[in-house]
Design a protein around this ligand. Sequence first.
Ligand code: ZN
Length: 240
Amino acid sequence: MTIRVTVWNENVHEQEEPAVAERYPNGIHGTIADHLEAAGYDVYTATLDDPDHGLDDETLADTDVLVWWSHCANDSVRDIVANRVVDRVHEGMGFIPLHSGKNSKPFKRLMGTTCNIKYRHGGERERVWVVDPGHPIADGLDEQFVIPATETYGEPYDVPEPDRTVFVSWFEGGEVFRSGLCYRRGRGRIFAFRPGHEEYPIFHQAAVQRVIENAVEWASPTEGASIGWGETDPLESTGE
Ligand code: ZN
């Protein structure tokens, strides 16, 4: 069955900064959605300004994987919507926060930590190294790829120890950063991917698009087993 992807973007920089609008005429979400659509996924987009931020119960119920970009409006996301996303991840929806989406309410709630980092603007070069070459999210990539200019992130990154680290970035200024981290929460798979600062055309890069596509594939729900929670009767006779 075709994987159903919702690409969510706060879509604020695109409306306020002409350079970002020029870089992403249909929004960051539009660029990501175009690529995923071309790759054969069933793609829907939603933004902060939509009613319920475009993430009502029905939309989320129909979403296999939620790709998320946010930055300056992280605090404007309503708690009820953030909690709805968290609940859906526990039920099995894949969740892929990109770049500063690490500061989103859903990701921070799923991690239970501050998600703090060091950062610096200035357009340094980033080299993204594949450190888990057998991981499906690294399919088709070379051992490293370069983002010519970006915002720098630096360790320590205050997140729980991930299940797998797929990418580690090096930056011109000397910092390193764990750029691709895999988690499970409940039935859901989470992949936090660092690249994607809005001041550079990063989502037009083929390697970045390939990672997002691979991550959608990896994070999509599997059927799994059916289980029941709570008080339960013994399966074997425990009496005399
Ligand atoms: Zn940024």
